[in-house]
Ligand binder design. Structure first.
Ligand code: IMP
Length: 426
């Protein structure tokens, strides 16, 4: 398989876990490039459901090398819990999982700050974070006061933990939030350092050596384009770059070594957390999509907001990421809709039409979606195994989506299990 970047094209939760799992069969090395345990990648196989937050889902395939890249922010305790969870299923990560020594850590005080910061924001300014400490951890990285995984093994690490705990406690106390116990943290991090020692490596060297040896590399993103810190609906975004550019900065693999980009996109739209969502449906249709699609967060269990497919978002994601192939997911969730709406553009209240996603949320709040309608197929699609066997109206819908956003269809998913995946050249 050519070296491939896999990105989410909407607000996350596009079904990347399943697509990564399918593509992993053809890859040698799978590298996660950004985000942290805010992500939840669900894979259902052999009648079992796995939810992975940090470890690439490639770990579920025997013999595949998995890497957590430098662009990820990693909570050591979450990772250790995930390793134990896999062991409970007789999957041994040791020897197959490497963690970049350059990856920054989400420290326990980052989680405390994330929760305290959300709590003190006014209701219209809350981001609705996952509470996993992501913003404060990336803030520390960019502010050049972060701690990296490699530091876990260094002499000064426990002193740094003591100092940061004391400093953070001052902030937490000033905000009226619970403070942290310094000695408890020191003991916990000492234990974590020993447990993680065997996994820590210079993964920039590993990934590039694999590339030179002709191995195929799958670079997996978390979240999605519209949650990107640069290209998303700022400030209602995550604190990293889920878009394709983040794959290079988050792994150390050169852009010149990337062969193609796969965008994962749901046949409708969802969003979890606060922020603009032009095609949101706050009605019975939205509720039907949520129930039928199981649209509840894999990490927090929060109900996801649901709405019609937004081709403005899709086109924008195609452009920003350079999507070659689409993996479209969850077509079956639309099986019972008599009519489907597709947003093709936005119309501002003064008549200005937007074909591309506006950067200004003030502008966006004055826009309403321009819809076209298509008839639904009203037939179950989950048992269908060949694209040509889909109802004509279902194919017409999918083909219209691809026509509106550009690129080629590579995978169409019609159900949650690995087996319900129609392959069209990917
Ligand atoms: P944070 O990444 O926890 O700081 O949350 C920032 C925003 O990104 C919130 O709206 C979250 O709900 C959203 N978010 C973070 N991770 C995911 C994800 O994996 N799927 C969907 N939304 C996410």
């Amino acid at each position: 398989m050519p070296n491939t970047i896999l990105v989410g094209a909407q607000w996350g939760d596009e079904g990347k876990g399943k697509v990564i799992d399918v593509l992993t069969a053809q890859a040698d090395v799978i590298v996660r490039y950004q985000g942290g345990s805010n992500a939840g990648h669900t894979v259902i196989t052999g009648g079992r459901k796995y939810v992975l937050h940090l470890i690439p889902s490639g770990i579920l395939h025997a013999g595949k090398q998995c890497v957590i890249g430098n662009g990820v922010v990693l909570d050591p305790f979450d990772l250790l819990r995930e390793i134990e969870m896999l062991r409970g299923y007789d999957i041994e990560p040791a020897g197959r999982l490497l963690i970049s020594s350059r990856a920054h850590m989400v420290m326990r005080w980052h989680r405390a700050l994330d929760a305290a910061d959300e709590a003190r924001r006014a209701s219209d300014r809350k981001i609705g974070t996952t509470g996993r400490g992501i913003g404060p951890a990336y803030g520390a990285k960019m502010g050049r006061r972060g701690l990296r995984i490699g530091d876990l093994l260094g002499d000064g690490f426990l002193d740094a933990v003591r100092e940061a705990t004391r400093e953070t406690n001052e902030t937490l106390a000033a905000w009226g939030a619970p403070t942290l116990c310094e000695e408890e943290l020191v003991a916990d991090y000492r234990a974590a350092a020993e447990a993680l020692r065997p996994y820590i490596a210079d993964t920039v060297a590993t990934v590039n050596a694999a590339d030179r040896a002709g191995k195929s590399i799958l670079l997996e993103g978390a979240q999605g384009t519209m949650l990107d810190i640069d290209f998303g609906t700022y400030p209602f975004v995550t604190s990293s770059n889920p878009t394709a550019g983040g794959a290079c900065t988050g792994t150390g693999l050169s852009p010149r070594r990337i062969d193609r980009v796969v965008g994962v996109i749901k046949c409708y739209t969802t969003r979890v957390g606060a922020g603009p969502f032009p095609t949101e449906l706050a009605d019975a249709t939205g509720e039907h999509l949520r129930q039928k699609g199981g649209e509840f967060g894999a990490t927090t269990g929060r109900p996801r907001r649901c709405g019609w497919f937004d081709a403005v978002v899709g086109r924008y994601a195609a452009m920003v990421n350079g999507v070659d192939f689409w993996a479209m997911t969850k077509l079956d969730v639309l099986d019972e809709q008599p009519t489907l709406k597709i947003c093709t553009a936005y119309l501002r209240d003064d008549g200005v039409r937007y074909e591309t996603f506006p950067s200004d949320l003030g502008v966006l709040s004055r826009c309403t979606p321009v819809y076209e309608e298509m008839p639904g197929w009203l037939t179950p699609t989950s048992a269908i195994t060949r694209y040509d066997d889909l109802p004509v109206k279902a194919r017409a819908y999918v083909e219209r989506l691809v026509e509106l956003i550009g690129g080629r269809l590579g995978i169409l998913s019609v159900g949650p299990a690995r087996e319900t995946t129609l392959r069209l050249g990917l």
